[in-house]
Design a protein around this ligand. Structure first.
Ligand code: ASP
Length: 233
């Protein structure tokens, strides 16, 4: 039995969430490949790291300073690392990314760094290997996913890793530049990884237990549905 698991942004928004995620992963030895999103909102007033990165892109375009926004991004990651108490640093990566953003890196490259950095932290915490999505997820010249090349390459790469964390949301164009899927695209990465490794199950985790009767962002305190068939869903 082999499982690929994907955790979204709110499931990886802070150190406590990381701990929960690690507990879930480690509770089942079949959960060997993990796809991670960028840190999401910790509460309703919070801002997703992906949105802060895109804000940096716009600031550079408008010839404004990214210092304040980039400091917030840095603090999100450093806060997680500090609270997890791991001996790990993203300083060099963060520095390189900041310079790249200031030198007009592409919008997709900038947006993808949230997943890239978060997956490195998660890999360090779990003591799993880190596999960069740009090594194994390929787009075609026309911007659509090169499904067969991706499947072949990724299968070969994953075969060399017993356990790995792979960042969601992006891959690489034929010319070597980074391309992202549409927003929320880490789900797609999870399914690509599950196919490549011929997983028995692809688990797409969320941090709400059970299925609620309404969207809790719109309706206060909706009741959970105790049982639900796939058809009803
Ligand atoms: N971080 C990206 C987003 O906010 C992708 C994802 O979470 O799946 O859309």
């Amino acid at each position: 039995m082999l499982k690929v698991v994907k955790f979204g942004g709110s499931s990886l928004a802070d150190a406590n969430q990381f701990r929960k995620v690690a507990e879930i992963i480690k509770s089942d030895p079949n959960r060997r490949y993990v796809v991670a999103s960028a840190p999401g909102k910790r509460d309703t007033h919070d801002v997703k790291v992906t949105d802060m990165l895109l804000q940096c892109f716009r600031l550079v375009r408008d010839k404004k300073s990214i210092d304040e926004t980039f400091d917030k991004i840095t603090e999100r990651y450093n806060g997680i690392i500090r609270d997890l108490g791991i001996d790990f640093s993203l300083d060099e990566d963060l520095q390189g990314i900041k310079v790249a953003i200031m030198h007009h890196a592409s919008k997709d490259y900038i947006a993808s760094r949230g997943e890239y950095l978060n997956s490195m932290v998660l890999a360090a915490y779990l003591e799993y290997d880190f596999i960069d999505a740009e090594e194994g997820i390929y787009f075609k010249e026309n911007g659509t996913l090169d499904t067969e090349k991706t499947n072949e390459e990724l299968t070969a790469i994953l075969a060399n890793h017993e356990h790995a964390v792979i960042p969601g949301f992006y891959g690489v164009m034929p010319n070597g530049t980074i391309k992202t899927f549409s927003r929320g695209g880490s789900d797609i990465t999870g399914s690509i990884v599950a196919r490549a490794i011929k997983a028995d199950i692809y688990e797409n985790w969320t941090d709400v237990s059970g299925m609620l009767m309404a969207d809790p962002r719109c309706i206060e305190n909706p009741q959970p549905i105790p049982d639900l068939t796939y058809r009803e869903l």
